[in-house]
Design a binder for this molecule. Sequence first.
Ligand code: NI
Ligand code: MN
Length: 226
Amino acid sequence: MKLTYFGHSCFLVEGGGQKVLFDPFIRPNPLAGSVKVSQIEADWVLLSHGHVDHVADVVELANQTGAPVIANWEICEWLGRQGLKNLVAMNHGGTKRLGFGSVKMTNAIHSSTLPDGSAGGNPGGYVVGMPEGAFYYSGDTALTMDMKLIPEEFSIRFAVLPIGDNFTMGAGDAVRAARFVDTNIVVGVHYGTFPPIEIDPGEALGIFEKAGLTLLLPAIGETIEL
Ligand code: NI
Ligand code: MN
């Protein structure tokens, strides 16, 4: 599987012959000025929750790519009011089989109000199954015991977890989350974008190294093989 990082919590995973884009927040991100939104290709767009730093570019990218957007019921209702028609509404615990494999919506402890103040339902994450393997994107969340359920069902090849602290887990809890889902490889996201989530990446790398786990911090625009 290939993962391309577009900054904050926006990334694209290629697997099963398809491209799956998560939480597009690019144009308002001052750190992602090098990313050309008009050049992004996607077969699917997945949203973890309704906060603007996860949905800012979703309407433009859905229109540009024609990709269906997968999100919780309330976010899909809101996207419908923005003129999008190709929507796949889910809720926690549900699994959807798609062209590349499957997605299961998981719990997150966070909030989810949409940019215009509309109710965004409850925040979530996803376990994505592809022919090459499964991975877990937690979305914005605290560490939660629910994560322990994931390895009962899936063999997680890597997890994409927030490490910026303040609004979500920090690196220390991300180590515990990696243990909960039983993976050694974490791609760190949701850090550095705004002052409240500025962290020392070297310190985060050290926390993972000490725990015997690998933290990957791809540069914005970089593609890594997983
Ligand atoms: Ni959030
Ligand atoms: Mn966020």
